[in-house]
Design a binder for this molecule. Structure first.
Ligand code: LLP
Length: 420
């Protein structure tokens, strides 16, 4: 459930008409709903209530906006970060260092050091090499680093190949059949506190089966590790739960996910950790855009050219992803159209042959389910600047990220004197 609803014929975010935000902030602009974020955070936590003290770390990559992180920090969420930049954001938003998990296959020396200095709760080590590097840095600073070893369970998540992370050929984690020896070796490092294992097989999963298969493999691994004399007190089950992108689409609910986890992990005797991203933020945001013009095409449907583009919302161009597209002030009339942005490549297409509300030049519309992997993946391609972000709370809203004009980006560029 989300808080983007029609009221008196106008699409609102909570109690704020989107027309108002478009007029005052301009378009394109992301609009997030505080009530929806809080609701999703609580629903996910509630879904895990059958577990003993689960640790929930929001995957910052899904939506790193400071205001969004602050809401989740207030909900008691920690953070799953994958760069020094995300770590800095999580701390700035008030997440406790001990609630922060550092994931990622390519943490640099500087980032490992930054994590140690911040006193984060856990490093999810993705290779034996990374483990030794972290051990050396920790020893130099007289610290001990709490670690989980990320394993690659070789499970097909049955999602888009570009967001599938748990197959043998993917770059993530260590192969399951080598995990025990690697874990045992790393556990001998004085400066590492090897305390658990981690897995994340992909994103936007539409069935629970692959997760269950991966978790079952993890259960076996825990038993194997303990039989080898290793201590395992934590298991990080990652994120990945999908969300509906089409009205009426049915996906496994957080409650079904929580019940499956409780069943599969019964008797593991570890603290379970989770890294949800999309399921928390996805449906808590829309991308608000204005139609520049509707352009007739040959024989086919018209091209509706909107002022948002693939640089603002990359998912359709990158993954062929579907985002529901709706008028802010629907008249009841409908049309079939190709929805495109202004960028000079054919990939800048949000939808082909889409049945949608009838729209003409100047009308406002939204791409739904843009709260996760939306603004965070924006670029300034075609010198369009960076899209603004707003947060609605009841009948008020705030700009939570300024639009960064193309000229401001240009200000960071220099023409060397020797070219003059
Ligand atoms: N943990 C790790 C280690 C991850 O790599 C990810 C996402 C998550 C947690 C959160 O997964 P979620 O619960 O959001 O599915 N840009 C793509 C999604 C990339 C996901 C990358 N990793 C998209 O727009 O669909």
């Amino acid at each position: 459930m989300d808080h983007f609803q029609l009221k008196d014929g106008v699409l609102h975010a909570e109690d704020v008409p989107l027309v108002r935000i478009a007029e005052e902030v301009g378009t394109p602009v992301y609009v997030y709903s505080r009530a929806t974020l809080e609701r999703h955070a609580r629903v996910f936590r509630e879904a895990l209530s059958g577990l003993d003290n689960p640790h929930i770390a929001f995957a910052v990559k899904a939506n790193p906006n400071l205001a969004v992180l602050k809401i989740l920090a207030n909900e008691g969420y920690g953070a799953d970060v994958v760069s020094g930049g995300e770590l800095t954001r999580a701390l700035k938003a008030g997440m406790k260092p001990e609630d922060i998990v550092f994931s990622g296959v390519g943490k640099t020396h500087a980032e490992l050091r930054q994590g140690l200095e911040a006193g984060i709760g856990q490093f999810n080590i993705e290779s034996e090499e990374e483990g030794y590097e972290l051990a050396a840095i920790a020893a130099r600073y007289g610290r001990r680093a709490a670690c989980a070893l990320r394993v690659n369970p070789d499970v097909d998540a049955r999602t888009h190949e570009k967001i599938s992370t748990g197959k043998r050929e993917n770059k993530f984690g260590v192969p399951l059949d080598r995990a025990t020896e690697i874990y045992a070796r790393l556990a001998r490092e004085e400066a590492l506190d090897m305390r658990g294992i981690a897995v994340h097989i992909g994103s936007q999963l539409s069935t629970l089966e692959p997760l269950e298969t991966a978790f079952a493999k993890l259960g076996k691994l825990i038993a194997e590790l303990r039989a080898e004399g290793c201590s395992v007190t934590h298991a990080d089950l990652g994120g990945g739960l999908g969300v509906p992108y089409k009205a009426g689409e049915e996906l496994p609910s957080p409650a079904e996910y929580g019940a499956m986890v409780a069943r599969v992990t019964a008797g593991w005797d570890v603290r379970l950790m989770f890294e949800p991203g999309r399921v928390i933020a996805g449906n808590a945001g829309v991308l608000l855009t204005r139609v520049i013009r509707a352009k007739r095409s040959g024989n086919g449907p018209p091209f509706v050219v909107v002022d948002a583009a693939m640089n603002d919302l990359a998912r359709p161009a990158m993954y062929g992803a579907w985002h529901d597209f709706e008028a802010v002030e629907p008249t009841g009339a409908t049309m079939t159209a190709h929805i495109v942005g202004p960028i000079c490549e054919t990939g800048d297409t949000f939808a082909m042959d889409r049945d949608c509300d009838a729209l003409v030049a100047g009308d406002l519309a939204v791409f739904r389910t843009a709260g996760a992997y939306g603004a965070t993946m924006a670029s300034s391609y075609n010198s369009r600047g960076f899209v603004a972000e707003t947060l609605v709370d009841g009948d008020r809203y705030a700009v939570v990220a300024d639009r960064i004009a193309a000229s401001a980006i240009m200000d960071a560029e220099r023409v060397p004197a020797w070219l003059a």
